[in-house]
Design a protein around this ligand. Structure first.
Ligand SMILES: C[S@@+](CC[C@H](N)C(=O)[O-])C[C@H]1O[C@@H](n2cnc3c(N)ncnc32)[C@H](O)[C@@H]1O
Length: 244
């Protein structure tokens, strides 16, 4: 990237970080679109992916920058996100692979993932992401590979995400990221999740705040928040700034 363009972009991002009017509009869009189940409308390479396109573009930037050997994701659902990460790793052309963890990998979802051209780079682990057995299986799969990028997108309660943060953060080294999806839940109206245990006050954002109170290896990458505006993970892109 040439220096002029880089400088313009930095100024642009600094402007976005100060632009409270746009931030308010973006937040209003997030609240309304989340209520309309916007994230359920997309596929990646033919597989349903429960994400906003902006977050996927951001993950693509991080993957290109970090060049992870392993991407660990909790919460597989129908498989679109593990296929997305596997396709990015294919473009990097190394030996990278994805470890996808889910408490319930339905047979038809597993069949679709295993039949997909990206399957070579996907390892599925079934079980709760916070059970000791699952964590040690993940560590075994990761081995001494590095860098590792971790994405948390399973059960969105405070307690569960905090446990995931404690258990999976040691895998992430300096320069890589720990991405916590659905921090946006904290900004949603209180009655948004009547059939879920999480909501404002009990969600990934509250877990991130508690985690960062005692962990100085990670910090929120605010440039990403300013850049995206539209994201399910405001305050959830955590950059690792210190070795463990
Ligand atoms: C939001 S969806 C994941 C979406 C997926 N990452 C995507 O982008 O398409 C959440 C998933 O977390 C799983 N889940 C819920 N509790 C879990 C737990 N304790 N451990 C692992 N996975 C869990 C659910 O079964 C569900 O498939």
């Amino acid at each position: 990237m040439d220096a002029d363009f880089e400088r313009e972009r930095r100024q642009n991002l600094a402007g976005l970080a100060r632009n409270t009017e746009l931030q308010t509009t973006s937040r209003a869009f997030m609240v309304q679109s989340a209520a309309a189940r916007y994230s359920y409308n997309f596929d990646w390479l033919g597989v349903p992916i429960i994400q906003y396109p902006q977050d996927l573009i951001m993950m693509q930037e991080l993957i290109w920058r970090i060049r992870p050997e392993v991407i660990v994701e909790t919460g597989v659902a129908r498989g679109g996100s593990v296929v997305f990460y596997a396709s990015m790793l294919t473009l990097l052309d190394g030996n990278g692979f994805v470890v996808g963890i889910d408490i319930d990998i339905r047979a038809h979802n597993r069949t679709a993932i295993e039949a997909h051209p990206m399957t070579r780079r996907i390892r599925l682990v079934e079980g709760s992401s916070v059970s000791e057995g699952v964590v040690s299986r993940v560590k075994e799969l990761v081995g001494d590979r590095s860098p590792v990028l971790v994405v948390l997108d399973s059960n969105h309660t405070h307690e569960h995400v905090l446990q995931e943060l404690e258990m999976y953060s040691p895998l992430v080294g300096r320069g890589s990221y720990l991405v916590v999806f659905d921090t946006i839940v904290d900004a949603m109206p209180t009655d948004s999740y009547p059939d879920r245990p999480w909501g404002p006050g009990n969600n990934p954002m509250t877990a991130v705040r508690e985690f960062l109170r005692h962990n100085d290896r990670f910090q929120v990458d605010q440039t990403i928040d300013a850049k995206l505006q539209i994201s399910v993970a405001p305050g959830g892109y955590l950059k690792c700034i210190r070795d463990g």
